[in-house]
Ligand binder design. Structure first.
Ligand SMILES: NC(=O)c1ccc[n+]([C@@H]2O[C@H](COP(=O)([O-])OP(=O)(O)OC[C@H]3O[C@@H](n4cnc5c(N)ncnc54)[C@H](OP(=O)(O)O)[C@@H]3O)[C@@H](O)[C@H]2O)c1
Length: 324
């Protein structure tokens, strides 16, 4: 199969990012011996944007796959790839950011990442198993350290993940480098209209808009569709055209793309990872777009683990600033 030409978007840092990313989180994750060939396969299929995180345990495997892809001539240089990794909550504090990024770089075997993200606006005490594990997250101090990493050239672009509009506004009060990305859950069943409007408004504040990277583009739609097809008598039942059913995952990804966002999609299956790249040479019909607008909205990942009576976020309402 020929390699797909993947368009690129320009971030507010001036760097280019391929408009679809390959997710590397899996639960439970296959072992390294199984994953390395899968990641090499993804590069061979045409993925040039790879999303990992300290939390996923896949940084070393991404590094191995990139080294092997170079060895096999699938890519000519590491610079052809856009590699994202993320700061985990145990390191989410001003003085811990640089050591954490250095450790990620060691695992990746790279001198820089293309994008470094704060995984959550949350700080967790290191190696603590008792109930007082939540600590105060310093939103502005942590960002200052991210900016330092960017200035040092260790991260070409920096950003955040799972931030609400209120938390982004707080960060932007003192930021000298605005975040290039907010990686959030976004799919047809959680369309993130408030965040998308925030992004458009900030286009006027900054030279380029903040860009939204989105995860879970497929999972929730599949789940939604299964529920709907089982409960056909539900009031909200929507009749879907045949093409929709036939191309449901591609349509889910194309919809994200059409919102001005970048889908991060994970398939460890050879055929499906290739199929997921086939979203750039066709368009959604008006009927399909209309169907998407009727889908009931619900955030899938609330992440109750970050709620604690003694912690910074005492309720889901506080964690998400009402965006639930
Ligand atoms: N920043 C954050 O907090 C955060 C949170 C969650 C995820 N992420 C990132 O976003 C990535 C994507 O999220 P995700 O892995 O949760 O969900 P996803 O990519 O939306 O869905 C993955 C699931 O969909 C299946 N799938 C993929 N393509 C398919 C297709 N064409 N047809 C049918 N099934 C298909 C996969 O199975 P097969 O592998 O068997 O194909 C897998 O079970 C993650 O890997 C991670 O990099 C970030």
């Amino acid at each position: 199969m020929d390699q797909v030409q993947i368009p690129e978007v320009v971030l507010n840092s001036g760097h280019k990012m391929p408009a679809i990313g390959f997710g590397t989180a899996g639960s439970p994750a296959p072992v390294a011996e199984q994953l390395t060939p899968i990641f090499i396969e993804a590069i061979a299929a045409g993925y040039r944007h790879i999303d990992t995180a300290a939390l996923y345990g896949t940084e070393e495997i991404v590094g191995q796959a990139v080294a092997e892809a170079l060895g096999r001539g699938l890519i000519k240089s590491r610079d052809e790839l856009f590699i994202t990794t993320k700061l985990w909550c145990t390191d989410a504090d001003h003085d811990l950011v640089l050591p954490a990024l250095n450790q990620s770089l060691r695992k990746l075997g790279m001198e820089y990442v293309d994008l470094y993200l704060i995984h959550w606006p949350v700080r967790i005490k290191k190696d603590d198993t008792n109930s007082n594990k939540m600590m105060h997250f310093d939103i502005q101090g942590t960002w200052e350290a991210m900016e330092d990493c960017c200035r040092m050239g260790l991260a070409k672009s920096i950003g955040v993940s799972n931030y609400s509009c209120a938390k982004l506004s707080k960060l932007l009060e003192n930021a000298t480098i605005p975040p290039a990305i907010n990686q959030v859950e976004m799919n047809v069943a959680w369309q993130q209209q408030k965040l998308m409007e925030f992004a458009k408004r900030n286009e006027y504040t900054y030279v380029h808009s903040l860009h939204w990277e989105h995860m879970d583009p497929i999972g929730v739609l599949m789940q939604w569709w299964r529920i709907r097809s089982l409960k056909t008598s539900l009031q909200l039942e929507i009749r879907l055209p045949f093409r929709f059913l036939n191309k449901i995952t591609s349509i889910a990804l194309r919809w994200v793309q059409d919102q001005g966002a970048t889908p991060i999609v994970r398939s460890f299956d050879r055929e499906r990872m290739r199929k997921n790249l086939q979203i750039f040479d066709w368009e959604l019909t008006d009927e399909e777009v209309g169907k998407m607008q009727q889908i009931p909205q619900q955030r899938a990942s609330m992440v109750k683990d970050f709620i604690s009576p003694d912690g910074q976020y005492k309720s889901l309402e506080e964690l998400w600033d009402g965006e639930i």
